[in-house]
Design a binder for this molecule. Structure first.
Ligand SMILES: *Cc1c(COP(=O)(O)O)cnc(C)c1O
Length: 306
């Protein structure tokens, strides 16, 4: 038993028609805690549990923190999540709902993270949201499942925040003999750390994040993701918040699944920028995300219309 589930891989008729390509969706939005994050975080938590750790600590108020809380509840290990005051009521509630201890501290993530690190005792494990080889290994199982059931993709489309998902998917492609499959990395404008880094040939640190796709809001991609992006065939793509939001709404109509703009960014490629895509079978990682509600989508729509 793993903490993540094997998710459906479906061929999407509406997206295939929109893109003029065969679009395959890996539905990570259906993971119990709502995103692919549980693959890597679940794997890492199981390793920590086997090594005798007695508590998991996270400083993520997003899908990573929710995945740690979910993993801890299922492994009967207490979890503490430290988040800054800016964390939405919805995210707080999702973390508490998993029975985790929620500590609200500081104005920025940096302050919350400092407190989380200072709390660590010898029996505690800190779970980083993206920069950990144990996570990449867990995320790679997503590709193992595709390799067992679907055709070899001609390209993979996925969203990039800190680069954990990207690192895991490339690892998965390589270990399944698909190391030649190009990856289209998608970010929103205002959170385009990888795109800027590839342009400038060094790991750029963004001064601030200016995008509604908060789950893509790492100020800097991890070194491993940056190195991989320069070895593996990658096409980096930046979309607007509006394109990501449009894609969330269309996807809700087409597949009745509500995802965050972080995921809408990837869906915007087949919906709106099909020329980016090669012919053939395209695998889109529907990474999911639970921090956006229907009401929140409407608020963003109203704000972006101004
Ligand atoms: C974390 C997350 C991402 C970005 O993943 P990274 O590993 O940080 O690149 C994208 N979408 C969703 C929904 C996420 O939760």
């Amino acid at each position: 038993m793993t903490l993540h589930i094997e998710t459906p891989l479906i061929q999407s008729r509406p997206l295939s028609l929109a893109a003029g390509r065969s679009i395959w969706l890996k539905l990570e939005a259906l993971q119990p805690p709502g995103s692919f994050k549980i693959r890597g975080i679940g794997a890492a938590c199981e390793i920590h549990a086997r090594q005798g750790k007695r508590r998991f600590v996270s400083s993520s108020g997003g899908n990573a923190g929710i995945a740690v809380a979910y993993a801890g509840r299922n492994l009967s290990i207490p979890v503490t999540v430290v988040v800054p005051q800016s964390t939405t009521e919805r995210a707080r509630q999702l973390i508490r709902q998993e029975n985790a201890e929620l500590v609200v501290h500081g104005e920025t993530w940096h302050e919350a993270n400092e407190l989380a690190l200072s709390m660590l005792g010898p029996d505690d494990a800190f779970l980083h949201p993206f920069d950990d080889p144990r996570l990449w290994e867990g995320h790679a199982t997503l590709v193992d499942e595709v390799a067992r059931s679907g055709p070899k993709p001609d390209a993979v489309v996925l969203s990039v925040g800190g680069g954990g998902l990207f690192s895991g998917v490339v690892e998965g492609l390589r270990r399944n003999g698909w190391g030649d499959v190009p990856v289209i990395t998608v970010e929103t404008r205002g959170a385009e750390g990888l795109a800027r880094s590839l342009e400038e040939g060094r790991r750029v640190e963004l001064e601030r994040i200016e995008s509604i796709a908060t789950s893509l809001g790492a100020r800097q991609v991890c070194q491993h993701a940056f190195d991989l992006a320069r070895q593996h065939p990658v096409r980096s793509c930046v979309v607007s918040d509006l394109a990501a939001l449009d894609a969330c709404e269309r996807f809700l109509d087409d597949h009745r699944i509500l995802v965050e703009p972080a995921c809408g960014a990837s869906l915007a490629i087949p919906y709106q920028v099909r020329d980016m895509l090669p012919e053939g079978n395209i695998l889109v990682v529907v990474c999911g995300g639970v921090t956006a509600s229907f009401d929140q989508l409407r608020k963003w729509r109203a704000a972006l219309a101004e």
